[in-house]
Design a protein around this ligand. Structure first.
Ligand SMILES: Cc1cc2nc3c(=O)[nH]c(=O)nc-3n(C[C@H](O)[C@H](O)[C@H](O)COP(=O)(O)O)c2cc1C
Length: 322
């Protein structure tokens, strides 16, 4: 069993964090990740009202007695979000771990995190952002390299360099990810000094993931070449699955199309939701990282985590002297 400062601080069995995924990290999926021994993180931005958000937390608490976290979104959003509302509700419900991620550190919220005694994880993509979050009082920093699915930022630093750079720069424990899709990746990122890994792409291809089976089947056959970067022209670079919508977005960007008139109708969350429920693999954007190339099957989350940790321990043991 691999025990680290992160597993101890968060009270989790495995050093595996199930990354926040918009529209996907709902109550049932978060509970599945928690019950499998990792940290599930509820995407608060899915929920448009305090009531719906509160009901999602109730549902997680009914499905698991393991720790879980709530993500507060700091990315620009089409729907105005006041994270203080989510914070009120999660504190009322007794949630103990909060994750923030986005374009800036939450200077306006961190006082409330500290006053409430929350464990605060901040996710970012570069050492300068990590230092800033540490100075604001974060308890754990997550960094994800350029391989990752979802927002990549603009620094374009790969996981192999980003993780040790941040580990060396901080006193805090670090969670590392970007491209971790099997136990060899877990062993690698822990060897770089991280005290847990974060995974997103690999979790898309699990039985409990709430996206249509058509998409899971197609992702099983995808390779590491089947992702692309979009939305760099609007300072919101995302690594996504190469499908018709992603190619359309890239074409519009190359032609300097207007965001609200032309690009947004292609990349909207509504299209993504339609894609996830209908199984139409082209009608929306799906964030996917390069690690999709080493997925290849659709296990339960519990089987995936057990397998990843067995493989990680075997990988780390390969070089141990007898
Ligand atoms: C489909 C999908 C949606 C995501 N949505 C979000 C999000 O809403 N907020 C966020 O902070 N990160 C988001 N991410 C990033 C993940 O939380 C995680 O950091 C990343 O997937 C880890 O890299 P990997 O995909 O290489 O495993 C998303 C990733 C994926 C694959």
């Amino acid at each position: 069993m691999i025990r680290t400062r992160v597993t101890d601080m968060l009270g989790i069995r495995y050093p595996i964090i199930g990354g926040t995924m918009m529209w996907i990290s709902n109550a049932d999926f978060v509970a599945a990740i928690a019950n499998a021994g990792g940290l599930g993180i509820l995407a608060s931005a899915i929920y448009a009202s305090r009531e719906e958000f509160g009901a999602a937390i109730d549902r997680i608490q009914a499905l698991t007695d393991r720790p879980f976290a709530v993500n507060l979104n700091l990315f620009p959003a089409m729907r105005p979000i006041d994270n203080n509302d989510y914070l009120d509700v999660l504190l009322e419900k007794g949630v103990r771990i909060v994750e923030t991620s986005g374009h800036s550190a939450p200077e306006d919220l961190c006082g409330r995190f500290k006053d409430a005694g929350l464990k605060w994880i901040h996710k970012c993509v570069g050492v300068r952002y990590a230092r800033k979050a540490q100075s604001l009082g974060a308890d754990i920093i997550t960094v994800v390299g350029y391989e990752n699915g979802g927002a990549t930022g603009k620094l374009d630093i790969g996981t192999l360099v980003l993780v040790p750079t941040v580990v060396d720069a901080l006193d805090l424990p670090v969670i590392g990810g970007g491209g971790v899709s099997d136990g060899r990746g877990v062993a690698a990122v822990l060897s770089l000094g991280a005290e847990a890994v974060i995974i997103g792409t690999r979790l898309l291809v699990t039985q409990e993931c709430p996206i249509h089976d058509n998409i899971k089947r197609a992702l099983c056959h995808a390779t590491e070449l089947d992702t692309m970067l979009i939305m760099r022209s609007i300072n919101a670079t995302h690594r996504v699955w190469t499908n018709a919508s992603a190619c359309k977005c890239a074409e519009l960007e190359a032609g300097q199309a207007d965001f609200f008139e032309e690009i947004y109708p292609v990349v909207s969350g509504e299209n993504a939701k339609k894609m996830y429920t209908s199984g139409d693999t082209d009608c929306g954007i799906l964030s996917v990282g390069q690690g999709i190339g080493i997925c290849g099957d659709v296990p339960t989350v519990a089987d995936l985590f057990d397998r990843m940790m067995g493989q990680a321990e075997a990988s780390l043991g390969r070089f141990a002297s007898s």
